[in-house]
Each structure stands twice: as structure tokens, then as C-alpha cells.
Design a protein around this ligand. Structure first.
Ligand code: GLA
Length: 343
């Protein structure tokens, strides 16, 4: 592990970068600001290393990070309708930061926090965040530990949550992948297989789920057989019109060894992901909208895509969805792996 200084935060703290390499020369780089994955280098078909995640070169840009590049999102990712919910008959109100709704838990997200590094090993780092009772509007003191491990074939992210009062615990990682390399154009030619026969449709462009669970079959949402990401993205289909591309929660099939397989068309880099969570937000970077990224690359829409494993959006308010509740004194562990190979 190599530790270097990333910069000084606005609040005057020294922020670090932590870099890990494995035997295949894969390299993962993280920062304690936002517990963000800033770089992930993977060998392509010629053995050349490609950085397959979008990001910024400077800490100052991560202190704004409007796209949530590489960050841990919490206490609850995705949307909560009207920013409000009830737990044990008590109503709670979060700040609204996307129209009438709360997105990624409002303006004081965990992606903007300075995390404590509590453990490092040759191939892993554990970040810790103590989120007090009332933080962002949620009940209960939540302790969250996130471990990133560089395995022999990729990365594993593990989330451990503990609370002293019943609360919501729905973290994710918001990495944007581009398997051709972060500065190589759009991901629309990537081939994608998503083992999900169902998804949760949204009511309109606010992206709040209707509460229904419907089949992808015979719709442009269907990736159960591999197809190019962009092949149906411009279909005149309500769900895609609402969100200007894919930005939907898919319900992962049961008993699968991976939920996604994606191939970079220029590099032949294959990524397979697995998780113990039930849903994934598949988001094709529809709102990147010209943002200066690493190595002075001007990122445009669809130049990266996210596979955010999670409880379904607004699940705290939908009786039809699995509840994201963490009970007092319970310890919950969620994990997601992203593995790389060449095809
Ligand atoms: C999530 C949402 C998207 C978008 C991004 C951040 O993936 O579903 O609509 O807000 O976060 O830009």
C-alpha cells in the first residue's frame, strides 16, 4: 500500500490517497474524502493498463462532485419521495435536493464527509464514518464501515452497519465504469448482460417508483440476453423518455453467480459483478452533461455507467418493496464484487 497526500480539504484537513496493486498489475486508488474510488487500473487485451472509472484529478473537484463519482452514498442511496418516511409511527423529514424529493440523502451526503481509516492491510482498507442521531434527518447513531479489498481478480466492497435506534441503512457505491478507459468516449457500444427479469418502473421524470414490479421481457429494458448498452436507449418508451436513458432499479434474479457481465468493445475487458443485495440501479450517465474529469478529459453523457447495488428506491415508503430498515443493535453486512478478465 502506498499512501500519498491528495490535498487540504476546505475545512483544513489533510486528505490522503491510498493505492494498492495486485499480481496482475491491477491498481485501485482510494481517498478518505467520501471513501471514494478514484482510480481502477485493469489490463486490456494487449496487457496495457486502463483506468476504467470516471473521476477527478483534484480534491477540490471531489468536494463538489455533482455526479457522485466513485463515492459511497449514504445513509440511504437513491430517492425518498418528499424526503419523508415513518419509522415506528414517528415521521422524519430529510432535506429535499431534487425537486420535492431527497436524492442520495440530501445535500450533506456521505460522499462529502471525511472518513476515518481504521485498518489497512496489503490489499485492503477500511473506512469508518460515525453518523450521529439526527444526521441528515435520520434517527439513530449509525456506524458505517466500508472495506475496499483488491482481490486477485478485482475489487470487493463490504458495508457493515450498526445503529443504536431503528433507522434506514441503504448504502451504495456510485462508481461510473467505462471498460474502454475513462477517457475513451461513450459506453454505448459495451455489451451488457443483466440477470434481472424484472425492474421497478417510475412515475415520471422525478424517478419515484410507481411501486410496481414488472417484467423487462419485450421492452427495451431487457438485458437478460447480452446486447449493446446503446442499442435500445433511444427507443420511444415512456420509462426511457422519463430518465433520458437507463436510470432504473433492476431486481436481480435469484441464485445467480453474477448479476452483470459487461464487455468493453475496444479493450475486451470483461467485468462481472455479484452482490448480496436485491437490487441494482442501472444508470447510463444521462446527466453528466460536460464535466471536466481526470487528465483534463471533458466527460459527456453516457461516457460511464453505474451499477449501484441497493435496496429499491423509496423502499421505506413502499410496502411492496423489501424494507431497508436496520434494527437497533443489529449488525448488517452488504457486499458487492466487481471482477475483471479478458474475452
Ligand atoms: C443516481 C440517480 C441518477 C442521478 C445519479 C447522480 O444514479 O439514479 O438519476 O441522479 O445518481 O447524478
Amino acid at each position: 500500500m502506498l499512501k500519498t497526500t491528495f490535498g487540504q480539504s476546505k475545512t483544513g484537513e489533510t486528505i490522503s490517497l491510498y493505492s494498492f496493486e495486485n499480481a496482475k498489475q491491477m491498481k485501485m486508488v482510494l481517498t478518505d474524502f467520501g471513501a471514494i474510488l478514484t482510480q481502477l487500473w485493469v489490463p486490456d487485451k494487449e496487457g496495457n493498463l486502463k483506468d476504467v472509472v470516471l473521476g477527478f484529478d483534484t480534491l477540490a473537484e471531489y468536494e463538489v462532485n455533482p455526479t457522485y463519482f466513485g463515492a459511497i452514498i449514504g445513509r440511504s442511496c437513491n430517492r425518498i419521495e418528499n424526503g419523508t418516511f415513518k419509522i415506528n409511527d414517528i415521521s422524519y423529514q430529510l432535506k429535499k435536493n431534487e425537486g420535492e424529493n431527497s436524492l442520495h440523502s440530501g445535500p450533506e451526503g456521505y460522499h462529502l464527509r471525511i472518513w476515518k481509516v481504521i485498518e489497512t492491510t496489503d490489499n485492503s482498507i477500511t473506512f469508518k464514518l460515525d453518523s450521529p442521531n439526527g444526521d441528515q434527518g435520520y434517527p439513530g447513531q449509525l456506524t458505517l464501515e466500508v472495506t475496499y479489498q483488491l482481490t486477485e481478480t478485482g475489487i470487493k466492497i463490504t458495508y457493515t452497519g450498526h445503529t443504536d435506534q431503528t433507522t434506514i441503512f441503504n448504502p451504495t457505491n456510485h462508481t461510473y465504469f467505462n471498460l474502454n478507459g475513462h477517457s475513451s468516449g461513450t459506453v454505448l457500444e459495451h455489451k451488457l448482460e443483466l440477470k434481472a427479469q424484472k425492474f421497478t418502473p417510475v412515475i415520471d421524470s422525478s424517478s419515484i417508483p410507481t411501486g410496481e414490479i414488472i417484467a423487462v421481457k419485450d421492452t427495451p429494458m431487457d438485458f437478460t440476453t447480452a446486447k449493446k448498452v446503446g442499442v435500445d436507449i433511444d427507443s420511444d418508451y415512456d420509462q426511457l423518455n422519463f430518465t433520458a436513458g437507463y436510470d432504473h432499479n433492476y431486481i436481480l434474479d435469484k441464485n445467480i453467480d453474477y448479476f452483470v457481465k459487461m464487455v468493453g468493445d475496444k479493450t475486451n475487458i470483461v467485468m462481472k459483478a455479484a452482490t448480496n443485495l436485491a437490487g441494482v440501479q442501472f444508470y447510463t450517465g444521462n446527466f453528466i452533461d460536460k464535466l471536466l474529469g481526470k487528465e483534463n478529459k471533458l466527460y459527456q453523457n453516457h461516457e460511464g455507467l453505474c451499477l449501484e447495488t441497493q435496496f429499491y428506491p423509496n423502499s421505506i415508503n413502499e410496502t411492496n418493496f423489501v424494507s431497508p430498515i436496520l434494527e437497533k443493535d443489529e449488525i448488517r453486512i452488504y457486499w458487492t464484487t466487481y471482477d475483471f478478465s479478458i474475452e
